[in-house]
Design a protein around this ligand. Structure first.
Ligand code: NAD
Ligand code: 3PG
Length: 634
């Protein structure tokens, strides 16, 4: 009996703004017009002509003639063009070389661009030179580019359809491109599906005609269940970044192909519940509270990045119970806080604020009254963690005597002296600076009793968390002169955005420096955080590593190579690993590597297995009792 052979699938791929991120003739213009005073004007004119050609205002042939005339390019400039384009290959094409190579026989590049630059680029990723259909340049005797082969159908409107018709492909034909001319192949009845490719440009008119929108090549491959580098296309994974996180972070996520949404301010609980439903990766700073109620609505959430040090705004227990890994930036803004604290200590002990305020009103108070040096003064640090210790070292360099009290036993740096109790530290210090973490138990750590223990005329700083100080008690201490100067950067209630009013009883008190929670807000710190936190989140998403997580068992994993990685998060109860391995044994699965780590709440097992395994293994692993989350990477 004759069996019908499986139908062949052909892939027709556009070049400009699809295979590469840019329009090659625009790049050629940037090269050929170097040194011309009117370069920018001419480049804009070229772009305008490209658009007129694309919108149908002028014919494609006319647009080509006009552009080549303006470009005044020479064949000697083509190597530089190719070199530039090599660096501009679309990210998702670069990471899917395997698909392009394995399917080289049935992949065609059909473009209105030119073979001279297309062939070197696409063949570098495995596409065959003979499968490139594009124009060719016409040169004069000196090598100047003066025209194109006008016999080539691709130099005129409708050229792409004509090329496909001539190819007479017997099978399914899928077209991937960003332009209307790519859609026209399908419109002419020559393709089964048109995928609008939007990784580089999104043309609403083209998207409207698409059978499917592909924000990346991964999406196309996933949609067709083809071999690909991403098990699940990142363009389907939503990243929500709040509170004006640094552009470094946005760029890192976009570069990897994620679907990134950014918002400037913080969100309140209701707003976050609404926003978080389809979010997989959430980035926040100190003002967004990720509560258990929010997490109830966060069914896709895999990880949270705190783009700051503090994580007290996140319900870490609830995250752990839901298998959501949380990361922060434990050191990136430490130095910024330390520098601000030192600056404020000097300003406050010299009573600079009232003097400066007076001068702004026309006054002049030249006197040494209530102005002191910091040298030889006793600085008391409450909390001797990353910030406390660094402040200790810098303050000693200024000649201060440093004392500290920490809830846990800490090694003193330099000549810093450890106090046995908070009370001892409060009584001894001329200047007190708070640097404890924001755990709930620290609420009102400093209240009336504690101010009562301090020296008269003490300088007091809080750059840690607002709820650690009882504000009415601080106001009272300032009004009574107990506290001679205060620097406060953090408050129990802070405005969510720069447009909200700051309401506090600390306003308009003498010798008080108020700052809007900017201890860590320096360009350097924010840029560091903007790279550091995404690197942690991406290591977790891409590789499963949890090194540096504040709530997950920490595992630093080898890069995944030649295997599939199964990530299993479960409640920490006995016997889970045994159950998993029974499933692997039953299905004769060869394990390349296995890693397990637990904390008091959860267990995290990573198993690298040979690529071939039965689908039901995944279902059986997910069905193990006490499973919280399961993920598959390859
Ligand atoms: N103002 C800002 O912009 C800004 C910037 C960065 C960090 N912070 C805040 O500064 C604080 C310190 O940050 P860090 O990086 O040094 O944190 P850290 O975790 O390294 O250190 C905190 C220290 O406080 C100690 N501690 C906790 N409770 C205590 C208590 N009741 N008494 C004594 N010691 C106690 C801990 O044992 C720990 O050693 C945190 O609250 C953080 O959120 C604020
Ligand atoms: O925890 C921190 O790092 C600081 O409080 C800074 O928070 P921010 O990023 O919201 O300024």
């Amino acid at each position: 009996m004759l069996t019908k052979p499986l139908e062949q699938t052909y892939y027709i791929i556009d070049f400009d703004s699809t295979f590469t991120k840019v329009e090659a003739l625009d790049v050629l213009g940037e090269i050929s017009l170097v040194g011309r005073p009117d370069r920018d004007d001419v480049l804009n004119e070229i772009k305008a002509i490209t658009d007129r050609g694309m919108s149908g205002e002028i014919s494609f042939t006319d647009s080509l003639v006009l552009r080549l005339n303006l470009l005044k390019a020479h064949k000697s400039q083509l190597p530089a063009l190719v070199e530039t384009l090599m660096g501009k290959i679309s990210d998702s094409f670069q990471r899917n070389k395997q698909f392009l190579t394995e399917n080289a026989e049935t992949i065609y590049i059909v473009s209105n661009g030119f073979k001279e630059f297309i062939i070197p680029i696409v063949t570098s990723l495995g596409v065959r030179a003979e499968n490139v259909f594009a124009n060719t340049f016409e040169l004069d005797e000196n090598g100047a580019i003066v025209g194109f082969d006008s016999e080539n159908p691709l130099s005129s409107n409708g050229g792409k359809s004509q090329v496909i018709r001539n190819l007479n492909l017997d099978g399914e034909v899928y077209v991937i491109g960003d332009g209307y001319t790519d859609y026209e192949i399908k419109a002419s009845g020559l393709a089964n599906r048109f995928y609008a490719f939007t990784e580089n440009v999104m043309r609403p008119r083209v998207v409207a005609q698409a059978d499917h929108v592909a924000p990346s090549l991964d999406e196309f491959l996933y949609h067709n269940n083809l071999s690909r580098s991403q098990s699940y296309p990142k363009s389907r994974i939503k990243v929500l970044l709040l509170e004006n996180v640094h552009p470094n972070a946005i760029q890192l996520f976009e570069q990897e192909g994620f679907n990134v949404e950014i918002r400037k301010g913080a969100l309140d609980e209701e707003e976050l519940i609404e926003a978080i439903r389809d979010v997989s990766i959430l980035g926040i700073r100190s003002k967004t509270n990720v509560t258990a109620r929010v997490l109830e609505h966060a069914n896709k959430l895999m990880t949270v990045g705190a783009f700051c040090i503090g994580t007290n705004q996140i319900d870490l227990d609830a995250c752990t119970e839901k298998g959501i890994a949380v990361f922060n930036a434990p050191y990136s803004n430490t130095r910024s806080v330390v520098e601000l604290a030192i600056g404020e200590i000097i300003m406050l002990i010299r009573s600079i604020v009232p003097k400066s305020n007076l001068m702004h009103k026309g006054g002049w108070d030249k006197s040494a009254n209530n102005s002191f040096e910091v040298r030889g003064k006793k600085l008391g640090l409450v909390g001797y963690g990353n910030i406390g210790t660094q402040l200790s070292v810098v303050a000693e360099a200024l000649g201060m005597e440093v004392y500290f009290y920490d809830a846990v036993d800490k090694l003193s740096l330099g000549n810093a002296r450890k106090c046995k109790s908070l009370d001892e530290l409060l009584a001894i210090s001329d200047i007190i600076s708070l640097h404890t973490d924001g755990r709930k138990e620290n609420k009102n750590l400093i209240s009336y009793r504690e101010f009562g223990l301090m020296k008269n005329g003490v300088i007091f700083l809080n750059l840690s968390r607002g709820h650690i100080v009882d504000i009415p008690a601080l106001v009272d201490a300032i009004e009574r002169g107990k506290v001679a100067g205060a620097g406060v950067d953090v408050f129990p209630n802070e405005p969510k955005t720069n447009n909200e009013e700051f309401i506090s009883r600390l306003r308009n008190l003498p010798n008080v420096i108020l700052t809007p929670h900017i201890g860590g807000s320096t360009e350097e710190a924010q840029a560091n955080i903007g790279s550091f936190v995404p690197s942690k989140l991406l290591e977790y998403i891409n590789n499963g590593s949890t090194y540096g997580s504040v709530n997950f068992p920490e595992l630093q994993l080898p890069l995944l190579k030649g295997a599939h990685r199964l990530l299993h998060v479960h409640e920490n109860v006995p016997g889970i690993l045994a159950k998993m391995n029974t499933i692997f044994a039953k299905h004769h699965i060869n394990i390349h590597g296995q890693y397990l780590k637990t904390n008091e709440k959860i267990g995290y097992v990573i198993t690298d297995v040979a690529k071939e395994y039965a689908e039901e293994v995944v279902e059986e692993l997910k069905d193990i009792d006490n499973t919280i989350k399961f993920r598959l990477l390859y």
